[in-house]
Design a binder for this molecule. Sequence first.
Ligand code: ZN
Length: 238
Amino acid sequence: MNPQLELLLKIQSIEMRIAGYEDEKKKLPVRKQLSEIIADVNSMQDMYSRTESVVAKMEQNCNELKKLYEQCLKKYDSVQKKFEAVSDDTPTEEIEQMLSGIASVRHSAEKKNAELAKIKQQLEKASKMATEIGKNINQRKQVYDKLKPEYDKLVAEIDEKINNEKISAKEIEKDVDEGLLKRYKSAESKLNRPPLFELRGSSCRGCNMAISNVVKKKVASEVFVECENCGALLYIAD
Ligand SMILES: [Zn+2]
């Protein structure tokens, strides 16, 4: 086999190993766990802020109700006082009117108070929920913080292997003819994968199209020949 071709094939197999390592990094189970945690935390944070805004709104309602309730109480006080100060010669009709007024003020005060109690209960529930979500978020974050160094370590180990492979590829590249290397690199970036394909039969394995007779003739005498269709580099093994 042409020694230049041999070197290029070595470079190609190194690059394939590097691609394998990159794939390994993407498939690390810890990576999946970490991204699941990130997604969890994001959705919980979403829920948390929604619950928080519900709580804030309830608090506002609560305050408004409190004010209304206090207003009712004040009014109740004043009608009560008025009633106590009523003179003996007040007509019965007027007294009855006052009494019914007192009853109605008292009724609306009680109603407001009941509403207030209900909203306070809901508020408590929502606050508890927010706290619970907050706790869950923290727990998940703790798991993340525990796993992250493990992930970083695994990635660093793989990156070291990748680096070593890159160094040996660079070493080999020094012995490759500049023109050939340039063609190899440009075919590689065009195809976005290892560009060298052994030609068996009469179709390019890069694109599965039949190659022309001209290319077929050339490939026998050159280091490699570019496929007219896809730009893959075709060679014949001895
Ligand atoms: Zn092709």
